[in-house]
Ligand binder design. Structure first.
Ligand code: G3P
Ligand code: CA
Length: 304
C-alpha cells in the first residue's frame, strides 16, 4: 500500500505543479474591438441573415435584418469554382435555389444566375413569395461593400482550399478586420486563419469548446487562457449539455463573449439570457428583439 502511494506521489506532485503554473499564468482574453461598441446588452445575431424571415444568406436578408436593428449578421462562406468567396450555407445549391450541383463546381456567374429566393417559404411550401424577385447568392465582397459598419459573424465552411487567405485579403481591402468574428467547425482552418490574419477576432473551434467543457467538468475552467474571443455554442450537442450555467460563468470570467445558436423560441431565449448568454444567434431576430424590449419595426432598408 505504501509502495503504491509512493508510486503515485511523483505524478501527482508533477500534476499539482503544472496546475499551479497554469493557475498563475492564465489570463482572460481582452474583448475584441468588434464588440466594444455594444456595451453589456445582449446581442441579437441574425443567423444567415434571419433565415426564418427571408431567404438566407442573401443581400436581401442582410438588408432587412440590418433595417430591423440586429447587432450582428451571421453568414457562411464557400468558394466558387473560379475562386470567389460566396455566401451560401450548403455544399450544394439544391436546397435554396432552382439549380443543382456543388457550389465548388460552379463559377461565380453560374451561381449568381440562380434564384436564391426560389425555395423559401413561410407556409410549408404552399407559397414562395421570393421566387423571381431577384434574390441571388452574394459574393462576400458585395456584403462587405454593402454593410461596412455592421458587425458580422463569418463562418468558413470549407477547409483546405485557401479561403483563410482570401478572407483576410478581403477584410483588409475593405478595412473591416475589426468588424468581424470568424469561426469554423474545422480547427485547423481556424488556426490557419489566426496565423494569416492576426488580430481578427475568432470564436472557439470544436476542440477548444470540448477542452473548455472538460475543464469546467473538472472545476479547472479558470486555468484557461483563450486564444479566441467568442464562444459560439449550441445549448446541447449529441444529448450532452454544452451551455451549462457553470460553463457560461467560466467563459465570461475568461473574457469570452458567449453566443448561443440557433435559438428560435422566446422561452429558450429567456432561459439562456438568464443563464448569462451574451448573444442569441437566431433565425428569428424579430423575436429576440421583442423579448429584449427593442423595436421590431423595419426602418429604411438602405440602412448600413
Ligand atoms: O455559428 C454556428 C451556426 O451558424 C450554426 O451552424 O449549420 O447554421 O452554419 P450552421
Ligand atoms: Ca453558420
Amino acid at each position: 500500500m505504501l509502495r503504491f502511494a509512493r508510486f503515485l506521489l511523483i505524478p501527482l506532485l508533477l500534476l499539482a505543479v503544472v496546475v499551479a503554473g497554469l493557475a498563475l499564468t492564465s489570463r482572460p482574453i481582452t474583448p475584441p474591438v468588434v464588440l466594444s461598441g455594444f456595451g453589456e446588452k445582449p446581442l441579437v445575431i441574425a443567423h444567415r441573415g434571419g433565415r426564418g424571415l427571408w431567404p438566407e444568406n442573401s443581400l436581401f436578408a442582410f438588408e432587412r435584418a440590418s433595417a430591423l436593428g440586429v447587432d450582428m449578421l451571421e453568414m457562411d462562406l464557400r468558394l466558387s469554382r473560379d475562386g470567389e468567396l460566396v455566401v451560401i450555407h450548403d455544399k450544394k445549391v439544391n436546397r435554396t435555389t432552382e439549380g443543382s450541383g456543388l457550389v465548388a463546381d460552379l463559377d461565380l456567374a453560374e451561381l449568381q444566375a440562380l434564384d436564391a429566393g426560389y425555395r423559401w417559404s413561410a407556409d410549408g411550401g404552399e407559397s414562395f413569395p421570393y421566387r423571381g424577385q431577384g434574390v441571388r447568392i452574394p459574393t462576400f465582397a458585395e456584403v462587405l461593400q454593402r454593410f461596412p459598419e455592421r458587425a458580422k459573424v463569418i463562418e468558413i465552411k470549407v477547409p483546405n482550399v485557401g479561403m483563410e487567405e482570401s478572407l483576410c485579403a478581403l477584410l483588409d481591402h475593405y478595412r473591416q478586420r475589426d468588424k468581424v468574428i470568424v469561426g469554423s467547425f474545422y480547427d485547423r482552418t481556424l488556426q490557419h486563419f489566426r496565423e494569416v490574419c492576426p488580430g481578427v477576432a475568432t470564436s472557439a473551434g470544436p476542440t477548444s469548446v470540448r477542452l473548455l467543457v472538460a475543464l469546467e467538468w473538472l472545476g479547472l475552467g479558470r486555468l484557461l487562457s483563450p486564444s479566441y474571443q467568442a464562444l459560439q455554442i449550441p445549448p446541447a450537442s449529441d444529448g450532452i449539455t454544452v451551455a451549462s450555467p457553470g460553463l457560461l460563468r467560466t467563459a465570461r470570467e475568461r473574457g469570452l463573449n458567449v453566443q448561443l445558436w440557433t435559438i428560435n423560441e422566446q422561452p429558450m431565449m429567456s432561459h439562456l439570457l438568464e443563464m448569462g448568454a451574451q448573444g442569441l444567434i437566431t433565425d428569428y431576430p424579430d423575436r429576440a428583439l421583442q423579448l429584449l424590449g427593442r423595436s421590431t419595426s423595419i426602418s429604411s432598408v438602405s440602412d448600413q
